[in-house]
Design a binder for this molecule. Structure first.
Ligand SMILES: O=C([O-])C(=O)C[C@H](O)[C@@H](O)C(=O)[O-]
Length: 411
């Protein structure tokens, strides 16, 4: 079994409405780079990473000489070929490796007739639970526009009814902390038996984070996610308020994981199959965490169905997955998969059982959304289209105005 070729396609897939976050916004679509690794027998394996465009495609295609003739099952060799620590100082290929590894697991699984999770130790659960991932959204085409407590509660209720979610994550840090507290309190009161989580993506000072943590402590919090930045900041917030803390931002590699465990800095780590450099890296990290009795969760970086499948295979094999996973997926209008989007049942998605990642890419949809990318182009993740002159400085003091619900122009 060996790799003969790779192809790369940038796609954009529309969202129901633009998502507002503390670093900027998703302007109305997700842009993803889709990688096809073609085996010597003509079979294809698929991988996905965030962002896209000509330079991302060129960076991925430059890996072809490393990959031609490589056995897709030799995954540890692949890691060293692409992510040599010295070379990484010059060319950070973490996410490129992640997408290639995803595609190799898909290809090898298809060739062997086994699901990707069988190559990772085997599934211990057949479905993965997800949280409703709530954003303040700009109004678009009759959807979105939620900024106030009652509007977010109504949005959560609609998602809960449609998908069965029993945990709700609010993406905060876009409006002032007291506004987030008010909205979060309304959410927690509306669903007293459901789990809740607040995540401002690190933009609060330690003091502000402690103040917010104490204010929301009475609710049914799973954890308090990235309330501030830096490992030491997270340690101080953990000591200063009673909610267990979580991060997907300050523990994203093995060095940081070692510090986190040695010095007891953060309680729960959200593992991301691209940020960590690949599905196998997240499984290894999960195993280290299991050894030290730390809970894992699954992070979402704005996936289409290929990456979502990688998250499902990760969720399938982690014994210490003690919290509902995150996914932006329900905000998408469509996917590039044959048969459309993967389905939620009672807040869960079934772990794919077919060979490889267990999802099929539709070439028609791939072409359709590559065309949409050519029309719509990329967007600047770290800019808010509603505040053209704003950029984030931490600790944030310049918050958006909840009275602004829609954008001028078309997104
Ligand atoms: O905690 C999270 O889900 C993230 O870190 C994801 C991003 O920061 C989120 O705001 C986004 O990109 O939508």
């Amino acid at each position: 079994m060996s790799i003969a070729d790779i192809k790369v396609t940038t796609v954009a897939v529309p969202l129901e409405a633009p998502l507002r976050h503390s670093a900027g916004a998703h302007w109305g679509r997700f842009v993803r780079t889709i990688i096809e690794v073609i085996g010597d027998d003509g079979l294809s394996g698929w991988g996905e990473l965030g962002g896209g465009g000509e330079s991302a495609e060129t960076a991925v295609l430059s890996m072809l000489p490393y990959l031609k003739g490589h056995d897709p099952l030799n995954l540890e060799q692949l890691r060293w070929k692409i992510m040599n620590p010295t070379a990484t100082l010059y060319n950070n290929r973490l996410q490129i490796h992640a997408a290639l590894e995803m595609a190799c697991l898909d290809l090898a699984g298809k060739r062997l007739g086994v699901p990707a999770h069988a190559l990772l130790g085997g599934a211990i659960r057949d479905r993965v639970e997800f949280a409703s991932y709530l954003f303040y959204r700009y109004e678009h085409d009759g959807a979105g526009g939620e900024t106030m407590p009652d509007e977010i509660v109504a949005h959560a209720k609609a998602l809960r009814d449609a998908y069965g979610f029993r945990t709700h994550k609010l993406k905060g840090g876009h409006f002032a902390p007291d506004h987030d507290v008010e909205v979060f309190a309304a959410l927690a009161d509306a669903f007293p038996k459901d789990g809740v989580r607040l995540d401002p993506n690190g933009v609060w000072s330690v003091e502000e984070a402690i103040r917010v943590g104490r204010a929301i402590a009475p609710f049914n919090n799973d954890y308090f996610e990235d309330p501030t930045w830096g490992l030491d900041g997270m340690r101080r917030v953990r000591e200063g308020q009673p909610i267990p803390t979580a991060t997907n931002m300050v523990v994203v590699n093995f060095e940081q994981l070692a510090q986190c465990i040695r010095h007891d800095l953060v309680d729960v780590i959200l593992l991301d199959t691209t940020f960590w450099g690949g599905l196998r890296q997240t499984v290894k990290a999960g195993q280290v965490m299991e050894t030290f009795q730390r809970s894992a969760a699954v992070h979402s970086s704005g996936e289409l169905g290929i990456q979502l499948a990688s998250m499902l295979h990760l969720g399938a094999v982690l014994p210490n997955l003690n919290f509902a996973a995150d996914a932006h997926y329900h905000h998408l209008k469509d996917d590039i998969l044959t048969g459309g989007k993967l389905l939620y049942r009672d807040g869960c998605i079934d772990v794919p059982t077919g060979p490889g990642l267990g999802v099929e890419v539709s070439r028609e949809k791939l072409a359709q959304y590559a065309e949409y990318f050519r029309e719509a182009g990329g967007y600047t993740y770290d800019r808010d289209p509603g505040r053209p002159n704003w950029f984030s400085i931490w600790p944030e003091r310049n918050y958006a105005d909840p009275k602004v619900k829609s954008l001028p122009g078309v997104f």
